[in-house]
Design a protein around this ligand. Structure first.
Ligand code: ATR
Length: 285
């Protein structure tokens, strides 16, 4: 890689940061599009976050992607934000504008939306069962609403958190939103056309959710936002039962595209080549 003085510089900020696939993603597109730019991984502690952001802005960075644990802090320090960041009270993208403004966006919802849209026929009049009630679930609710889902049933390990989230989000969306605990799987599973795991269960080192997949309709699709491992125990079991499954790489690639466009000025394509590059990177992780 050779940068010139005109090169556009962006970053990805998190703690830890070594697991982030953002440098691989953006690096792939920069090379494909022959652009003069770079996305730098930056390990930044929670207490250093605000100071670092201001320094990066002053140093001429175009912006940064933000990952765990800084998404809420990123939202809080921005001057303005998009609807998805406001609804989630969290941002994964900060854009540094020439006039000094910092704009916060949340592209997780659009990432999930594109991932579902490109791998499923339609969601209108359909029922979705969403597992989890954290930040990722908030983005997923917005995405499902935008796709026209008729009903969203939110189930979480701690039911009270799901009930509170449903109360907070229902006024913002058209889809009918109801909530409960994971023990409600029995009654909710047979209705669902799409099941989404938005929890970290099934991620490398985290035990998977124990769910009776025999209760699902044969036509139900399962999507896991976890991408490491790419085939989570949930997706493996669903596949074995003949279900259509969508892994977490689609969402990852599609959430990165708007960031790339904001940093480097070109809308990139999500291609099989990019997916292959990410799978290769995951195999070395
Ligand atoms: P994120 O922003 O990635 O959604 P989060 O806000 O910390 O992260 O939320 C994590 C979600 O995963 C929560 O819904 C959490 O359930 P609780 O609210 O009951 O804690 C869920 N979660 C994490 N690990 C889990 C596990 N092993 N089993 C079931 N749910 C889990």
């Amino acid at each position: 890689m050779t940068l010139t003085g005109k090169g556009k510089i962006a970053g990805v900020v998190g703690w830890p940061i070594s697991q982030s696939l953002s440098p691989v993603l953006h690096g792939y597109w920069l090379k494909e599009l022959k652009l003069d730019g770079v996305l730098v991984p930056l390990a930044v502690r929670r207490e250093e976050f605000a100071r670092t952001i201001i320094s990066l802005q002053r140093a001429g960075f175009r912006g940064v992607n933000v990952t765990v644990p800084h998404k809420e802090a990123a939202f809080a320090l921005a001057h303005d934000c998009d609807e998805a960041a406001r609804a989630a009270s969290a941002a994964n993208l900060l854009i540094f504008h020439a006039d000094g403004r910092i704009e916060a966006r949340n592209t997780d919802a659009v990432g999930l939306m594109e991932s579902v849209r490109t791998s499923m026929s339609r969601l209108e009049d359909r029922s979705v069962l969403l597992l989890g009630a954290g930040g990722a679930a908030r983005g997923a609710i917005l995405a499902l609403n935008a796709l026209g889902a008729a009903r969203i049933r939110l189930l979480n390990r701690h039911a009270d958190k799901a009930i509170m989230l449903a109360r907070a989000m229902q006024p913002l969306i058209k889809s009918e939103l109801t909530a409960g605990g994971l023990e409600d799987w029995k009654s909710a599973a047979p209705e669902a056309n799409l099941i989404i795991n938005s929890t970290s269960a099934g991620m490398k080192g985290v035990s998977p959710l124990v769910l009776d997949l025999a209760l699902l309709k044969p036509s139900a699709t399962l999507l896991d936002i976890v991408y490491n491992p790419l085939e989570t125990p949930l997706l493996r079991d669903a596949k074995a039962r003949g279900h259509h499954v969508i892994d977490g790489l689609g969402m990852l690639m599609h959430q990165a595209a708007p960031s790339f466009e904001a940093f480097f000025g070109v809308k990139p394509d999500v291609t099989p080549g990019l997916r292959a590059r990410l799978i290769e990177a995951l195999s070395h992780a």
